[in-house]
Design a protein. Structure first.
Length: 133
C-alpha cells in the first residue's frame, strides 16, 4: 500500500509542470508559459494568424485602444494562483473573440494540461494543450 501512495505522490503534477511552450488546438496557437513572480503568465508566440501575417494585430479586442497591438507576444494568461493541484483565479485573454475570461489551468501529465475559460460558471470551454517543449 505504501509504495502505491508514494508512486501517486510522485506522479502528481507540480506547480512548475506548466512552465514551457504549449500547443493550443485553437488556430494552432503556440503559447509560452513562464513564472511571473508567484504566479504564471502566458504569451502568444505563434499561430495560424501570425504565420499568415507576422504583423497581425489584435483586431478583435473589445477595447478599441488595444486593437493596434501585435498578436505575437500578447499576454494571454495572467493572475493565477496555485491551489490544490491547479492554477486558479486567473484571466485568459482570447484574441479570437477579444474576450477575457476567468481561467483555470490543470496539469494533466508532463505533456498535457487542461485550460478552462468561463464567462460565468457553467458557461465554460475547456481545451487540452500539449507540450511543444
Amino acid at each position: 500500500m505504501l509504495p502505491m501512495l508514494f508512486a501517486a505522490f510522485l506522479a502528481a503534477p507540480s506547480a512548475d509542470s506548466v512552465i514551457g511552450t504549449w500547443h493550443s488546438p485553437t488556430k494552432n496557437g503556440i503559447i509560452s508559459i513562464q513564472k511571473c513572480g508567484s504566479s504564471i503568465c502566458g504569451t502568444l508566440e505563434s499561430g495560424d494568424d501570425i504565420k499568415a501575417n507576422p504583423a497581425a494585430k489584435d483586431v478583435n479586442n473589445k477595447d478599441a485602444s488595444l486593437r493596434g497591438r501585435q498578436l505575437k507576444g500578447i499576454q494571454m494568461l495572467s493572475g493565477f494562483s496555485w491551489d490544490d493541484g491547479a492554477w486558479t483565479g486567473g484571466k485568459v485573454y482570447n484574441p479570437n473573440d477579444g474576450g477575457t475570461y476567468s481561467g483555470k489551468i490543470t496539469p494533466v501529465d508532463a505533456n498535457s494540461l487542461k485550460l478552462r475559460g468561463c464567462i460565468i460558471w457553467p458557461a465554460c470551454k475547456t481545451d487540452t494543450w500539449t507540450r511543444v517543449k
